[in-house]
Design a protein around this ligand. Structure first.
Ligand code: SF4
Length: 363
């Protein structure tokens, strides 16, 4: 069975990482959380520091949040450190300071999800639980020539069930098997240019045997972009000041200054206005009327995350702006110099520059 070849290779290359010594559940827990975001070599020193500060669950549970965050520096998002502390407090209260020894009970600990529960239960308690991370999915997609895309649940489902089947037929330590596959994905079956000629399971690997390794795992289909028409209104007052608005809670650029705008989601029949959001009908009527008499100064294409945007820029007199608009904290008349300093997003700065060029205005 290919697992024997894999385990023989793993015994040779296995690194004696201090946090895996004696399969200590607390150390495996903390290190698995940290290694989901941090490369192992970069995590070694910070992990050592963390375990010096908090050698066991009890010390972690007693620490303040600030102390835990400080000790976690270099190990990824601080939300994970907060969750570790929450988990430690729960374990101290409900499990007398000992991590539960089975997968299902581990899942009841705040912050421990299926991946970490499978890692702890298989590595520390010999439970036959497959651990399925990105490395494992990549190795198995190639090994089995599975055509499912790497994102999405299908590949994870197949990997878990394939390993579950293998676990049921073997005597080897399930933690070793999990670690060995992950290690193979990190060292040999890497994302680009895998080292197939020296791979311990190459003889059984379907993708390698068929010389189609570069086709697996299949790329995830790109999500369709949402088309949006963004109508941006440049409004000047008699002092040649221009109206800006703080988009405290608008769809894009929350908390940033921009120009009064409306968004038409072309494929969804959805419309949003950056002002007076409750007056949708009124706003739509206004927009219909005003667009009949205005010609856009220019149209600029832009992309924001999953949106494909076209910004239509209009020059508007204050009298043409909806009469139910009342000046409030969100709106501000500002000079040209101030406009530039308030535009944080580069896309908006570009539109502003283009607007100045096209309108040839001198403030
Ligand atoms: S032979 Fe190549 S593709 Fe197959 S598991 Fe090994 S490294 Fe991955």
């Amino acid at each position: 069975m290919f697992i024997n070849d894999l385990l023989a290779w793993f015994q040779e290359v296995r690194e004696p990482y201090f946090f895996r010594e004696q399969r200590n559940p607390y150390r495996v827990w903390v290190s698995e959380v940290a290694l989901q975001q941090t490369r192992i070599q970069a995590a070694l020193k910070p992990l050592q520091r963390f375990f010096e500060a908090f050698p066991d669950i009890s010390s972690l549970a007693q620490a303040t949040e600030e102390e835990v965050l400080y000790a976690f520096r270099g190990l990824g998002y601080y939300s994970r450190a907060r969750n570790l502390r929450k988990g430690a407090i729960y374990i101290k209260e409900k499990h007398q300071g000992e991590l539960p020894s089975d997968y299902t009970s581990l899942l009841s600990v705040p912050s421990i999800g299926p991946y970490t529960a499978a890692a702890i239960s298989s590595i520390c308690f010999r439970e036959r639980r497959p651990v399925c991370d990105g490395n494992v999915k990549r190795v198995l997609a190639r090994f089995q020539m599975w055509s499912d895309p790497k994102s999405g649940g299908k590949l994870a489902e197949k990997s878990t069930s394939f390993l579950g089947e293998i676990f049921s037929q073997m005597q080897a330590h399930p933690g070793d098997v999990n670690e060995a596959i992950m290690e193979l994905g990190q060292k040999i079956c890497v994302r680009s240019r895998p080292l197939c000629p020296v791979c311990p399971i190459a003889q059984n690997c379907q993708a390698w045997q068929n010389q189609v390794v570069n086709q697996y795992p299949a790329a995830s289909p790109k999500p369709e972009k949402i088309p949006v028409r963004w109508n941006m209104y440049f409004i000047h007052n008699s002092q040649d000041k221009i109206l800006m608005q703080n988009w405290k809670d608008f769809y894009f650029l929350k908390g940033h200054y921009s120009f009064p705008s409306s968004l038409d989601f072309l494929s969804q029949k959805k419309h949003l206005f950056s002002w007076e959001g409750k007056n949708l009908e009124k706003n739509l009527l206004w927009q219909k009327k005003i667009h009949k008499k205005l010609t856009p100064l220019f149209v600029q294409k832009h992309g924001i995350t999953k949106h494909k945007i076209e910004i239509y820029s209009y020059f508007l007199s204050p009298a043409d702006f909806p009469s139910y608009f009342h000046e409030n904290d969100d709106f501000l008349w500002v000079s040209q110099e101030e406009v530039s300093s308030r535009l944080v997003a580069s896309a908006l700065s570009k539109v502003w520059t283009k607007y100045l060029e096209s309108s040839q205005m001198n403030f």
